[in-house]
Design a protein around this ligand. Sequence first.
Ligand SMILES: Cc1cc2nc3c(=O)[nH]c(=O)nc-3n(C[C@H](O)[C@H](O)[C@H](O)COP(=O)(O)OP(=O)(O)OC[C@H]3O[C@@H](n4cnc5c(N)ncnc54)[C@H](O)[C@@H]3O)c2cc1C
Length: 521
Amino acid sequence: MKAHIVGGGFGGLAAAAYLIRNAGVSGQDITIYEADQQMGGGFSLGGSAETGYSLPGSVFDSEFRCTFDPLQAIPSASDPNISVKDEFFTFNARHPFNDRAHIIDRNGHVEHSPHFGLSLRDGLNLARLALTPESMLDGRRIEEFFSPRFFTTEFWLLWSTIMGSLPRHSATEFRRYMNRALALFPDLSDMKHVLRTPFNQYQSFIEPMVAWLRPRGVNFLTSALVRDIGFAPSPGRITVNRLDYERDGASASVAVGPEDLVLVTTGSQAADVSVGSMTEAPPPRRSGRTWALWQRLAQGRTGFGNPDVFFGEARVPDSRWVTFTVTTTGTEFLDQLSALTGSEPGSGGLVTLKDSGWLLSLTIFLQPEVIGQPPGTYVWWGYGLYPERNGDFVPKRMDECTGAEILQEVLRQLRFDRQLNTIMRSSICIPCDMPYVNNIWLPRSRTDRPPVVPEGSTNLGLIGQYVEVPRDIAFTIEYSARTAWEAVHLLLKRGPAPPPVFQGQYNPKALLGALKVFICQ
Ligand SMILES: Cc1cc2nc3c(=O)[nH]c(=O)nc-3n(C[C@H](O)[C@H](O)[C@H](O)COP(=O)(O)OP(=O)(O)OC[C@H]3O[C@@H](n4cnc5c(N)ncnc54)[C@H](O)[C@@H]3O)c2cc1C
């Protein structure tokens, strides 16, 4: 039996680990096809200390049940004597967030109000949405359930900048978040229960997984784009018999037997990501290649979902972020920000500049953020939730800005005018345009994402964030890991089923904590 995994993001790598650990498949019988030059998908690490790093921010909690199952057996990159899971939880126990200035206004004042600014009516509306069955939420938007005032509260600012949601986004996904992340609710401001990786996610998770899979014989085919898969003619059944891919300009076809397994990642939040520089805005990139296979599969077939709900030019305005990573050799920025927020680097979670047009949020990592980062170099990260708006000091859309322009806007927003030239001289700001990063939040109906195993399928499984699994939230590696575990379990009928999704509404501690927000805070 051979297993072909299309996509080498966290989901694809986790699928290989489940095949080996849960289903007893030999690593030598597993091939991962990845269109990019390196594994990792959304969890990438680009650049260097000299040219400026490019990496994503980091938000996890303790209930990533499928994620940490394989990671408990995989040695960490920094210390092979402990597992990735142990390293993660030890790090977070030693360095919990204690955000003392999450929301800052244009005058540098920290905003924090009783009950996060929520009224009893807002609380009732939240409860009403949480209690509405998903079957009644198809296509509906968050803004349909709340008054305009709700979207000006501290709660909404905290929530939307941590989770990424906009008022026009999916009520279904928002409901799932409320239930899944209810335990985070009382500590949204100081982010005490939000966890992060000890280093960037690529080195904390992806590198150790690849290092564990490689000696087990897993075949990694990078720069290999799977163009199509073929099916055996059998009415009412879906059985893959061929996989076509392109690599180094050459096409190849692989025969797939009925006993083999094909697991396809149907899309990527990191689709068409484009990186700029200090002097250049990220050039627009529109390859569409990460969802092209899903489109082919869905064409003329029912039960394969609707990729157009998530991908394509019309979706970009509601799903884009611009992120930026700053690599600096001076301490001025970190010193100034610590003085403003009262938080040392690495303890402050997010800092949201609430009056900035782009709605900027910054995160200052505990240093080093990159294994091998030279001493005297510091890395921090930020993003804009509204990149299509003009900046207040740089009168341009954020996605059209160079790294220097973005850094200038941040420094002026913070009123660091006196230090501006020094910070600019010692910093490299790398902007990154992510046109589809927030598309998992777009309003959807229940059939827009296909099931992990399409009806009638005998050897095809679908994995990743654009596949439907009940209750879980999609802006997480946990979601992709869950789809991979489920696919292996359902198709091979080996190993345990995935553990249930954590649901805060049935957890007395989480429920009590949420109620206290309205009564005590
Ligand atoms: C800026 C940012 C910050 C994030 N922060 C967090 C966080 O803190 N916590 C968290 O849990 N999650 C976070 N995420 C989400 C996380 O990145 C995703 O959940 C995760 O990467 C999904 O894994 P995946 O394997 O499903 O998809 P991806 O990681 O997107 O990987 C899919 C891969 O499949 C490849 N592929 C697609 N089609 C084909 C094909 N036909 N042939 C060959 N290869 C193909 C793509 O090239 C891609 O590499 C973040 C994402 C971003 C972008």
